[in-house]
Every structure is written in C-alpha cells, then in structure tokens.
Design a protein around this ligand. Structure first.
Ligand code: URA
Length: 442
C-alpha cells in the first residue's frame, strides 16, 4: 500500500478495496502513514464520500482499535442513545436513569461540548465531585450494579476515532456525514449494545442544519448499527430553537433534575419520554406502530413520575464521586455572580429563538471551550423565557443572562438581543419545526 496512490484514487472518486483501506488505516495507527496524508485522505472523503464497503471497513478498524465492552450474564437488554449535539440538549441526564428504571442497562459514553453545542460530560461535571473519567472495570461494575454509568471516551475506547477526530477538528472535516457516522458509531459499537437511539438534530443550531444532510447521516448510522446486529432507530429532532428553557451547563443540569422530578419544560419531557419509548420498542420488539408507541410512552411516563429514576440518579452520583444529598436538596447549584434580564422593548410576537448565537455566547462567556482542556465556568448561560409564537407585552422578560462578570453579561445581552426575533403587533408566529421531525428505522 502506497499512501499517496490510495489518497489520489479516493480524490478521483475511485473505489478502494476494503483490504487496502484497512492497511492504510492500520498504517496510520502504527505511525507509518503521516498525519498530513490522513488529513488529505479525510478531505478527499469530504468531496467523494465513502462507499458502503469502505464505510464498513473504516468503522470496523475504528472499533477494533480499542476495547469492546461485553456483558456476559447481564439479565437485561443493553441500550444507549446518542445526540449529534444541540443547544440546551440535556436529555441524556434524565433519560439514562429513566431507562435504567424501565429495565435496561445503560453504559453511556458521552462527549464534551463541541463548538457551539453543549456536552453531557460538562453538564455532569457541573455537579461537584462527579467523576466522568473512570477505568473501564469500575465503569463495568457500576453499570452492573446500578443499571447505568455515565463516563467520557477513555483512551481504551475507539482510540483511532479519537485521533481522527482531533485531526478533523483542525482540518475542516467535522460536519461530514460518513465521517460523523463512523465516528459516532465506533464509540456506540464499543459499548456492546442491543439497541441504540440516535437523536439527529436539524435546524440552524445543528451541526448539519440541512435536513437532507441530517437525514443522510441518520440513514447511514441506522444502516451501520443494524448491519452489526444492534436495533437502531434515529429521530430527526428540532434544533431551530434551544431545547428546554436553559442553555449553559449548571442551568441545564438543574433543568434535567427538574425533569427527573416530574417537572421541567414540556418539550424536554416529551423528548425524554419519546426516546425512552423508542428504545422500549427497539429492545422489546412485539408492539410497534402508533399503539405500541403510545403504550411505551405511557409506561415511560409512569416510571418517570414515580420518582424512582431520580433516586437512581442519586445513587449514580454517589457511585461516581458526587454528593447525593446536595444534589437532592439543590445545594449543589451555585448561581452566577451576575444575573441580568433582557426585556421586550416593544409589544409583539416572538417569531424565532435562534439557538446557535446563544450556544456561541455561552462559549464566549466562559461556559465552553476555545482550546482543548480549557477550564470552563459551569455557572454561565441563559434561561430563555420567550418561545416562538408567544405574544409579548412591552417590558416582559425574554431572557435571563447568567454571567461571571458585568462584561460577560453585556456579551450575553448582545447575543440574546440578536437571537430573539420579535415582530411588532400580534400576528405572524414564524415557522417552527415540530419537535420530532422524522423517524428513521430499519
Ligand atoms: N460527534 C462525534 O462523536 N463524532 C463526530 O464526528 C461528530 C460529533
């Protein structure tokens, strides 16, 4: 295998044989293919895509570059979900303990905030003491004991993906469906799952705002998962506005805890229940169609409102180093030093709440990273009170801005002003996406 020949063939749109692609990828792992050659290959994939056999080979080499968990003797289906990343998406924090209580094992391996989107790990780490870096054997023990564990990608899980991801991050090759699909699925395959729910965001706040690209990504991932014996379902869900009311780590964690107590915003609760129901149907086939979905949603709702998922989350907090008493009482939460309110300057109707600008502002206010391993301030963010279609009075509160300093609050105010679109008068509500835009199954 001569790397430059293989790169040229991909550049020219010719198919690569699985064994030569495997040799190229393994050569990269072994240090025989240079970073610049891999960067050139990835850019060729941006323009030429990957055939199904190439996609499959890339995924297999990524998964086999590290450890694959298995669950011998476990008496329950092993399931997980993955979100392609959004603004205000705190679903995982409520969903994982709900799924454990429904009767699944959930070995959840999540990521940090990326670009303008938040990440589950940063939200968990807003809880003082919560450890997200656990050795795999400890993670395994916690999942077996509690039915769930929540950690970050370790050096043992799909290390080839980690290296490729870092390279993609600095070569403009992240938002590319075949590369995203293999990257996401490599980590999920390593969890040893029976069923997987993929939440693929669409709309201006998503990594792939275009519904066509989002659908292509969803279809690729469903094919890859099903092809490896994992029951895989994707939901395309709305990211033309933030999910729930809050954006920013600690605020979002608090909102997810509200959801676990049976409260919280309606859209968050609905998406948590829908994702749980889809996994019930995927892992326990038999009931399908609208009636099956309704019954599975009702079962998930009953479990959520029983309070047991919250108790299970508190046990997880304890097992992973946090303080369950502080989490239960709310004493863990530290309010940001500056809290400002943006009010409507005139009466009118909210025509849109643009998520991307809010996500970017959280990063700029110190709540996300601009460099790897940067410390973040979990306290900063927004509570967005305005919703698309809402009729406003002059002076009505639109957004609470939580900042570390007056300068941060000013930055947040500017972003909030740009994000909330208001049309004067009482008419015209703009076009909002339905919460669940589409379902893609096998
Ligand atoms: N998240 C991942 O894990 N990989 C990608 O490529 C994009 C988002």
């Amino acid at each position: 295998m001569i790397p430059q020949q293989l790169i040229s063939r991909k550049r020219d749109g010719l198919a690569l044989a699985p064994d030569e692609l495997r040799a190229f990828l393994r050569g990269y792992v072994a240090g025989e293919v240079a970073e610049y050659q891999m960067a050139a290959f990835l850019m060729a994939v941006v323009f030429q895509g990957l055939s199904d056999p190439e996609l499959s080979e890339l995924l297999d080499v990524m998964v086999s570059s590290g450890a694959v968990l298995d669950w011998p003797g476990l008496d329950r289906p092993v399931v997980d979900k993955h979100s392609t990343g959004g603004v205000g998406d705190k679903v995982s924090l409520a969903l994982a303990p709900l799924l454990a209580e429904v009767g699944f094992a959930v070995p959840m391996i999540s990521g940090r905030g990326l670009g303008h989107t938040g990440g589950t790990l940063d939200k968990l780490e807003a809880l003082p003491g919560f450890r997200t870096a656990l050795p795999l054997d400890e993670f395994n023990r916690i999942v077996r004991k509690l039915g769930l564990g929540m950690i970050g990608q370790t050096a043992e899980i799909a290390p080839l993906d980690r290296r490729l991801y870092d390279l993609r991050n600095v070569t403009g090759t992240v938002p590319v469906p075949p590369l995203m699909a293999t990257s996401i699925m490599s980590k999920k395959m390593a969890e040893g799952l029976d069923a997987l729910l993929l939440d693929v965001k669409v709309g201006s706040g998503a990594f792939l705002p275009d519904p066509g690209a989002a659908r292509r990504l969803a279809e690729l991932m469903v094919r890859l998962g099903e092809g490896r014996g994992i029951r895989t379902v994707a939901l395309l869900t709305a990211m033309d506005r933030p999910l729930g009311e809050t954006v920013g780590n600690a605020l979002e964690t608090r909102e997810a805890l509200d959801c676990l107590r049976g409260g919280g915003p309606g859209d968050l609760r609905e998406l948590v229940l829908r994702q749980a129901a889809e996994l019930v149907l995927a892992a326990e086939p038999g009931a399908s169609g609208p009636d099956g979905l309704r019954a599975a949603m009702a079962r998930a709702e009953e479990v959520l409102d029983s309070g047991r998922p919250m108790e299970r989350f508190l046990r997880l907090v304890e097992a992973q180093g946090g303080d369950p008493v502080a989490v239960e009482s709310g004493a863990w939460f530290t309010r940001a030093p500056v809290v400002d309110v943006l009010e409507a300057s005139e009466a009118g109707t909210v025509t849109g709440v643009e998520p991307r600008g809010l996500g970017e502002a959280v990063v700029a206010m110190g709540g996300g990273r601009t460099a790897l391993d940067q410390e973040i301030d979990a306290r900063v963010g927004f509570r967005v009170l305005a919703t698309p279609g809402q009729v406003l009075q002059r002076g009505q509160a639109l957004v609470e801005i939580h900042a570390a300093s007056p300068e941060g609050a000013e930055l947040g105010r500017e972003a909030a002003e740009k994000s909330i679109a208001v049309a004067p008068g009482g008419a015209g509500s703009g076009e909002a996406l339905p919460l669940v835009v589409e379902r893609i199954g096998a």
